[in-house]
Design a protein around this ligand. Structure first.
Ligand SMILES: *Cc1c(COP(=O)(O)O)cnc(C)c1O
Length: 221
């Protein structure tokens, strides 16, 4: 299947899932996860009109997207991987949205760097819905306080919440939990759902789904 066909297939699945719960597809953005994918594959999607992409590593993203951003207009690049504080400067300079704000120290560093660069990069709070020790993210019961801190003390523009459910659990429970926390904290956007579970995520309110495999095929690395 060509990328064009894959993109169309995914868009049809998005339409179907949205229709089932009477949601408007315009409220659902597809973030094409291009980590590990070469420039040629990314440019094929761009030539088909796609503009929203996600990368999980700052260094890799910089190498690939600095040239792409000077070549194409209207690109929106999301950081969807862990961000170390020593990479905050580069991340603020490159990304249009940061989805992985997961601890106070990072939030403070982002706020300071955005002031220095005189930019405002919209952010999401990553919630560790499965309360997995090894995984990044704010625990559900601490999220409201953290959102408050980010917005009111650091003046960050927090658009919504993001989660990556535990691999061995039913994702729907985690999506519903995230949606509940977003409602409590008055946040509009929900970045949830990957290639294997995006239809469920849409039914539970996802505004952003992050798809790699479904669009590009299996990753080599
Ligand atoms: C890799 C990745 C994705 C995409 O995963 P697929 O299963 O290939 O769709 C989505 N979100 C995050 C945070 C990722 O790291």
């Amino acid at each position: 299947m060509s990328y064009g066909e894959k993109l169309i297939e995914v868009q049809e699945a998005i339409n179907l899932a949205a229709a089932e719960v009477k949601r408007n597809t315009r409220d659902i953005s597809l973030v094409a996860v291009s980590k590990t994918q070469p420039i040629e594959k990314i440019e094929k999607l761009i030539s088909l009109g796609h503009r929203i992409f996600g990368e999980n590593r700052v260094q890799e993203a910089k190498t690939k997207w600095k040239p792409l951003k000077s070549k194409y207009d209207g690109l929106e690049l999301h950081l969807i991987g862990a961000l170390q504080t020593n990479k905050v400067k580069e991340a603020v300079a490159l990304f249009d949205v940061i989805e992985t704000v997961d601890r106070p120290k990072l939030a403070a560093a982002l706020s300071k760097e955005m002031s220095e660069q005189a930019v405002e990069i919209p952010c999401y709070i990553q919630v560790n819905t499965g309360e997995e020790r090894q995984k990044a993210g704010i625990y559900p019961e601490e999220t409201a306080d953290f959102v408050d801190y980010c917005k009111n003390e650091l003046s960050l523009n927090i658009l919504g919440l993001m989660c990556i459910p535990p691999a061995n659990e039913t994702p729907a429970l985690h999506f519903a939990l995230l949606a509940g926390i977003a409602e409590e904290t008055n946040l509009e956007n929900l970045s949830m759902g990957m290639s294997s579970d995006y239809e469920v995520a849409i039914k539970l309110g996802a505004t952003h789904i992050r798809l790699g495999t479904a669009l590009f095929g299996a990753r080599d690395i």
